[in-house]
Design a protein around this ligand. Structure first.
Ligand code: DP6
Length: 322
């Protein structure tokens, strides 16, 4: 039996991945850029065992079956093929953050799985190869392999589509205040959502302008220019939600409290506080601000009606073996 344990952080995208060029390989329609979230993590232990009759997966102690298990097995199959081995695996995964809090666990889960599984299989993979392997399980997981501030180069083939760090975690003290307004499980997940993107007449315009937004965001992060950063991050989030709302069927993830937080953040920024929002495929809102303003922003967020919980996360490191 061979075993390895790995740990990875989830990430928040500043420039979003929405829609696939190739849904099987998870080659995205556009490049994206994110920050890993320190303090939040998935820890995954993989053991290949000749005595197992099939892959056995638990997440936070619950046995996984159905489509979730198939998705994990598909990644394990890739590893078995690369390592020329046959045994099934026991996978035990734990998240230290609440599952219903609207923080995508698939990114940290598949990044940790890629590293633990490849290592347990005796493969020594480069960061780029690991990022590609993680991507096959969940697109955004490729961005949880490198550390800090990370760009996913879209590419057009499996070899070209991977993520790399543009700055380490210590580069910029940026804080993500994760505002939980609903713990209800989202009705349409990201995988289904990506497949609907092209039904929106706005997706082609969104994708056509994506390289420009990516360039502006990369520059703002590298120069720690919060003002430029805030403008481009909100524009990119709004564009993705415009596509979602105009898809067939339409995807409207926002709740009244989502909009209340968006409005408050806009008012605060107009009043001189450096702060901006970004929203993924769910009702919860990620509020970004420089570290010096984090306490003030947290306090203001707690006073908005409908806000259930605020989690704070600073830039996090790469996926690693533990
Ligand atoms: C809105 O990576 O979760 O969070 O590849 O189907 O697992 P799958 O999709 P996923 O999509 C992320 C969508 C997003 C934006 C982003 O993180 O870039």
């Amino acid at each position: 039996m061979t075993t390895a344990t790995a740990q990875a952080h989830p990430n928040i995208a500043f420039i979003k991945y929405w829609g696939d060029l190739d849904p099987c390989l998870r080659i995205p329609s556009n490049g994206s850029l994110s920050m890993n979230l320190a303090g939040l993590e998935t820890r995954t232990r993989v053991s290949f065992d000749v005595l197992l009759q099939g892959d056995h997966v638990t997440v936070n102690g619950q046995v996984m079956g159905g489509a979730g298990l198939e998705r994990v097995s598909a990644l394990l199959d890739r590893v078995r093929e690369m390592a020329c081995m046959r045994p099934f695996a026991r996978v035990e995964s734990e998240n230290n953050f609440p599952m219903g809090a609207g923080i995508a666990s698939s990114a940290s889960a598949f990044a940790a799985l890629a590293l633990a599984a490849s290592s347990a299989a005796g493969l020594s993979m480069s960061e780029q190869q690991l990022s590609r392997l993680a991507r096959s399980g969940s697109g955004s997981a490729c961005r949880s392999v490198p550390g800090g501030f990370v760009e996913w180069q879209a590419g057009q083939t499996d070899e070209e589509s991977y993520a790399f760090s543009i700055a380490p975690a210590g580069h910029w003290d940026l804080v993500d205040c994760i505002v939980v307004v609903s713990q209800v499980h989202k009705p349409v997940g990201s995988t289904e959502g990506h497949a609907l993107a092209l039904t929106s007449p706005l997706q082609s315009a969104r994708v056509a302008d994506a390289l420009r937004r990516l360039d502006l965001c990369r520059r703002a992060v590298c120069e720690r220019d919060f003002e430029a950063f805030a403008d481009i991050v909100e524009l990119d989030s709004n564009l993705m939600h415009a596509v979602m709302i105009t898809s067939t069927p339409p995807l409207l993830y926002w709740q009244p409290a989502t909009v209340a937080v968006m409005r408050a953040v806009q008012d605060w920024r107009n009043g001189g506080l450096p702060v901006c929002y970004t929203i993924d495929a769910g009702p919860n809102v990620h509020i970004l601000c420089p570290g010096e303003q984090a306490d003030e922003v947290e306090e203001r967020l707690q006073s908005i009606e409908g806000v259930q919980q605020v989690l704070m996360a600073r830039p996090g490191g790469p996926a690693k073996l533990v």
